[in-house]
Design a binder for this molecule. Structure first.
Ligand code: FEO
Length: 172
């Protein structure tokens, strides 16, 4: 049985993961409109992953016989000045999600809900990988600056980049 406090916090996280999915979908659309085919492919995939994160929480609440609130989402921002600015926002967003997961784990510990705390460890690991991925992409963008040939290769290669591939190359 979930405590009301844990259930409310899980529902808040559902909203955050769903909002992230919409936000990255909006980024994907912008990238596609602006000719960055690889970047948009990467972002569409990232948007799907966030929806999966949301659904995993939905299933968990139902499994624990709790009450899921399917949230309304604010319309995400749809305009970006550059791919660099877009990834800066994506990175900051992931940092905020990591913080939110950390707070959720803290609530579980306070409520002595060790089952949910254990379930959330998957998100703790996932956030570590996602932050590393966003940071790696940002670092690459900063290195490329205005090198057109580098941008061509970047857009081609990023389509195949995932959080797991980054973790593999960094030896985690
Ligand atoms: Fe599910 Fe990237 O936060």
């Amino acid at each position: 049985m979930l405590s009301t406090r844990v259930q409310d916090a899980l529902n808040e996280q559902i909203k955050m993961e769903g909002s992230s999915s919409n936000f990255y979908l909006s980024m994907a659309v912008w990238a596609e409109e602006n000719g960055y085919a690889g970047v948009s492919q990467f972002l569409y995939k990232h948007s799907d992953e966030e929806r999966f994160h949301m659904l995993k929480l939905v299933k968990y609440i139902n499994e624990r016989d709790g009450k899921v609130i399917v949230p309304a989402f604010d319309q995400p921002k749809s305009d970006f000045t550059s791919v660099k600015q877009l990834f800066e926002e994506l990175y900051q967003h992931e940092v905020a999600v990591t913080q939110s997961i950390g707070e959720l784990v803290g609530i579980c510990l306070e409520e002595k809900d060790f089952t949910t705390q254990n379930f959330l460890q998957w998100y703790v690991s996932e956030q570590l990988e996602e932050e590393a991925l966003a940071k790696t992409v940002l670092d690459k963008i900063k290195l490329m600056a205005d090198d057109k040939s580098a941008w061509y290769h970047f857009d081609r290669d990023i389509a195949g980049l995932t959080a797991t591939s980054i973790a593999d190359t960094s030896g985690q």
